[in-house]
Design a binder for this molecule. Structure first.
Ligand code: PLP
Length: 347
């Protein structure tokens, strides 16, 4: 077996959802965009449905229709990108709820599917998606008379509790939604952790479910084990890998492992990240290449069949630090070549 094995603990995903849910007195939905942050939206959503989740969020209508096929009816699937040009048949067929982001989307939705439920996304300061205050003010009374299910906005800095933009966005969202009777939502994972004034009627965590920062108490969800293909001994002065960036300073033993940047182990972690043989860390030696990693295993008493690059000793966030990125990017980059092993699988 020459490909890595990605262990995905769906019971841990459910436990993380329950832990976040227990921090609030309101409904907790689940964000499963980008194929469940790379872990497979169908499996994640089915496990979460069993744990009690009734409302899911995806980025696009295409993701929504796939999720509907997996989940069946009886769950609300909300689409962050709203109602785009070719989305009408998907929204209609799968009963998706688009979060309308602009007057243009409102017009499109009303013309195409006048009876169909919708939410509204407001811009409270992130300047990415959602209606600006003036646009919302002009549409609000009209939108409120239709099948409006949710009014939401998104925090730009919620992973940093001390950031002043959190309070500013909270104030802006509160002001824009004063007196509204439909449910409101502002918090993703970070906002859920910021406390009850950010919770409104619905929290919608994503990354925390998958064990990522800023939910530091999360149960780890992924373990990634990479098989050793070959081991060789080097004399001092010999180099390893492309561009010869690593040079042996002592008699060294190098293991070559099956996985590389094509599998989401991005090249930026070259010469920095560690792999683990049980409790013993072993540093990457030389450049990450497309399909292979080279690791300094000189200090191991014996060479195991595989080493772990994600697991209890190294979370997605710790690996992300080594690669100067964020846990979200590590998760969503994990490639299709791994053998995926699920525990707690419902399907
Ligand atoms: C991705 C996303 C979420 C989930 O964010 P996490 O930080 O992963 O919890 C919630 N709301 C919106 C609008 C998003 O784009």
């Amino acid at each position: 077996m020459a490909t890595g094995t990605l262990h995905i603990d769906l019971d841990a995903v459910a436990a993380n959802w329950a832990a976040l849910d227990s921090m609030t007195n309101v409904e907790t939905a689940a964000v499963v965009k980008a194929d469940g942050y790379g872990l497979r939206a169908d499996k994640v959503a089915l496990r979460l449905a069993r744990a009690g989740v009734r409302r899911f969020f995806v980025a696009t209508a295409e993701e929504g229709i796939k999720l509907r096929t997996a989940l069946g009816h009886g769950y609300e699937i909300n689409v962050f990108s709203g109602h785009m040009e070719r989305d009408t048949p998907l929204i209609h067929e799968a009963g998706l709820v688009p979060m309308l982001n602009s007057a243009e989307q409102v017009t499109r939705h009303r013309a195409a599917l006048p009876e169909a439920a919708y939410g509204v996304q407001l811009d409270s300061g992130m300047n990415r998606l959602g209606m600006e205050p003036a646009e919302w003010a002009s549409l609000r009374s009209d939108l409120e008379t239709g099948p409006l299910t949710l009014v939401m906005s998104h925090l730009a800095c919620a992973d940093d509790p001390a950031h002043q933009q959190n309070a500013a966005q909270l104030a802006a969202f509160t002001e824009m939604t004063q007196g509204i009777t439909v449910p409101r939502s502002l918090a993703a994972t970070g906002g859920t952790l910021l406390g009850p004034e950010f919770h409104f009627d619905l929290c919608r965590p994503g990354v925390g479910l998958y064990g990522g920062f800023p939910f530091e108490e999360a149960t780890p969800v992924v373990r990634l084990s990479l098989p050793v293909i070959q081991v060789r001994d080097l004399a001092p002065g010999e180099t390893v890998g492309y561009s010869a960036t690593w040079t042996a300073t002592r008699p060294s033993r190098i293991a070559t492992l099956s996985a590389g940047y094509a599998d989401g182990l991005i090249r930026r972690m070259s010469d920095v990240a560690h792999l683990w043989a049980g409790d013993i860390p072993c540093k990457l030696a030389g450049r990450v290449s497309m399909d292979l990693l080279t690791v300094d295993v000189t200090d191991l008493p014996e060479i195991p069949e595989s080493l772990d690059i994600l697991g209890p000793h190294q979370t997605v966030d710790q690996l992300a630090d080594a690669a100067e990125t964020i846990g979200y990017e590590i998760l969503t980059s994990l490639g299709p070549r791994y053998r995926r092993r699920y525990s707690g699988d419902v399907a």
